[in-house]
Design a protein around this ligand. Structure first.
Ligand SMILES: Cc1cc2nc3c(=O)[nH]c(=O)nc-3n(C[C@H](O)[C@H](O)[C@H](O)COP(=O)(O)OP(=O)(O)OC[C@H]3O[C@@H](n4cnc5c(N)ncnc54)[C@H](O)[C@@H]3O)c2cc1C
Length: 481
């Protein structure tokens, strides 16, 4: 067949697209190239694997290669797409031995994800220094933190794992003190995981509060939750260097009042300072890029190149509040866009959907979530006049066991009353409440409309006035002033 649907990348976006396409267009060929050995894995579960909440690495896998084959998808692992020729509608594919071949496409989906950035740090050159952006790293971290004689090799029970790397880390003496570099959501999850593994955990965050995109109220409460479990949180504390010859020995931290860097001895570091989209294969094609240098796409996931789509962590999506392209790489965004593109290419045009940066994270018993635009400067740059209020409200009727204080922040536009964003933090099912706000933002609701929502009330679940309704009531009062 001459017009296969070719997909680059075999995880959330790529396999969602291939599977949907296969069902909708059973007569057309679909070929998926994956540069690594892993497919259909859950990055999001890696911190919980390291923590020990998940027993086996295989529990994090969704589809095996043979299950993908059974679906009628032509999966080719260890095949990296290194170039795209949009005029000839061909891709160049490189195998493990450097052998190259060409593959024609009718439609092409770039679902190559993102990779960890390491800033100025030489993470690969130092034993005990890691990023956490692939499954091999998760397996290596798990092996490194175990005492050599206590490591259970069955934990990494997947043939795709880099066994040599795991075994090497398993033989090293177990670390006692770890620097988690970066207090974003991955850093917070890693801090919990490594505390659970018995390490003395230090989190270093460049700015004044953890979880910058979640706002200060959330950041401060998550910091308190981590510290209550023994984590030391250093804010306004940019790590400037990883120190060590073969194995990491210390981190150098700036931000001190005397301007001198402080040296903190550690025997492990996990660097989580950001990611960047994988777009190298499109170099030289002239494809339009957008925010974060991600591949700019329209509402159907189409790039500026004919018959070339992009989805997931490598692509932009339209922001539900601003209506502009944005880059907020998250799991549902990837799965949803991939599935929509699979349908579109099969002949059923389907929008990829807007994004609102809806995200949730836990730190021990504290749950936090955010959606939309919280940062006043970001709101102003988008043409809004932001007004915000933060309330503390009970999660259940006060007399019902388990009621806990929940902080809700809402941000609205003063002129229109439109809800722009919100965050929630608390210990009693706080995070899932964000979905009410995500729905309200998607529906362009105003704060008075949110205040009138008919949310469920029963003492075990919520007080009469759900914390979100309390926050909307207070913000509405401010808007009316
Ligand atoms: C530790 C961690 C925790 C996370 N937790 C959450 C969470 O709780 N909630 C949430 O929403 N999101 C979370 N995420 C983000 C989520 O995992 C990503 O948004 C999602 O995996 C993106 O899917 P994707 O298919 O776009 O990219 P990926 O999952 O990165 O898959 C891309 C695939 O493409 C392959 N590839 C790349 N280039 C090529 C090439 N040139 N040729 C062939 N193959 C190629 C890669 O090897 C990879 O397998 C987390 C991420 C991490 C790292």
């Amino acid at each position: 067949m001459s017009d296969p649907f070719v997909v680059v990348g075999a995880d959330a976006a790529g396999l969602s697209a291939a599977s949907k396409f296969r069902r909708e267009a059973p007569d057309r060929e679909v070929v998926v190239f994956e540069k690594g050995r892993w497919i259909s894995y859950a990055y999001c579960g890696m911190p919980y694997f390291i923590a020990g909440y998940v027993d086996r690495m295989s529990d994090l896998l969704s589809l095996s290669p043979s299950e993908v084959d059974e679906r009628g998808i032509d999966l080719r692992r260890e095949r990296e797409v290194v170039a795209v020729d949009p005029d000839a509608k061909r891709v160049t594919v490189e195998g493990p031995d450097g052998d190259r071949s060409e593959q024609a496409y009718g439609d092409l989906l770039v679902a190559t994800g993102a990779r960890a950035t390491t800033g100025p740090f030489d993470v690969r050159g130092l034993d005990g220094a890691f990023t956490l952006h692939n499954m091999d790293a998760a397996a290596a971290i798990d092996a490194y933190v175990a005492e050599p004689d206590a490591y259970d090799p069955d934990r990494a029970d997947v043939s795709a794992v880099d066994r040599e790397r795991v075994e090497r880390n398993a033989t090293m003496p177990a670390p006692e003190t770890v620097a988690v570099v970066g207090g974003g959501y991955v850093g917070v999850e890693v801090a919990e995981a490594l505390t659970e593994r018995g390490l003395d955990v230090h989190v270093f965050h460049r700015s004044g509060h953890l979880l910058s995109p979640f706002g200060e109220t959330v950041g401060n409460r998550v910091e308190a939750a981590l510290e209550a479990e023994g984590v030391t949180v250093h804010t306004d504390a940019p790590v400037e260097a990883l120190v060590g010859d073969d194995r990491i020995e210390a981190v150098e931290v700036g931000g001190g009042s005397d301007g001198d860097a402080e040296t903190v001895p550690v025997d492990m570091a996990v660097v989580g300072v950001g990611i960047r989209p994988n777009t190298d294969l499109l170099e030289g094609t002239g494809v339009d890029l957008g925010p974060g240098d991600a591949i700019r796409v329209d509402d159907r996931g189409r790039t500026s190149l004919p018959d070339v789509y992009a989805a997931g962590d490598c692509a932009t999506a339209r922001h539900a509040v601003t209506g502009e392209p944005d880059w907020l790489p998250l799991g549902l965004t990837a799965n949803r866009a991939g599935r929509a593109i699979g349908a579109t290419v099969a002949g059923d045009p389907t929008p990829v959907g807007d994004i609102a940066g809806t995200a949730a994270v836990k730190a021990f018993d504290a749950e936090a979530a955010r959606v939309g635009i919280l940062d006043p400067e970001e709101a102003e740059a988008a043409g809004f006049d932001p007004v915000s209020e933060t309330v503390t409200a009970g999660s259940r009727s006060g007399y019902y066991p388990g009621a806990a204080e929940t902080d809700v922040t809402l941000v609205a536009d003063r002129d229109t009353g439109r809800l722009l964003g919100g965050s929630i933090v608390g210990t009693d099912r706080a995070a899932v409440r964000i979905d009410t706000l995500a729905t309200a933002i998607e529906a362009d609701m105003t704060v008075p409309e949110v205040e009138r929502l008919d949310l469920a009330y029963a003492p075990p679940f919520s007080p009469v006035w759900d914390p979100i309704l309390v926050a909307a009531k207070v913000l509405n009062g401010t808007l009316e002033d």
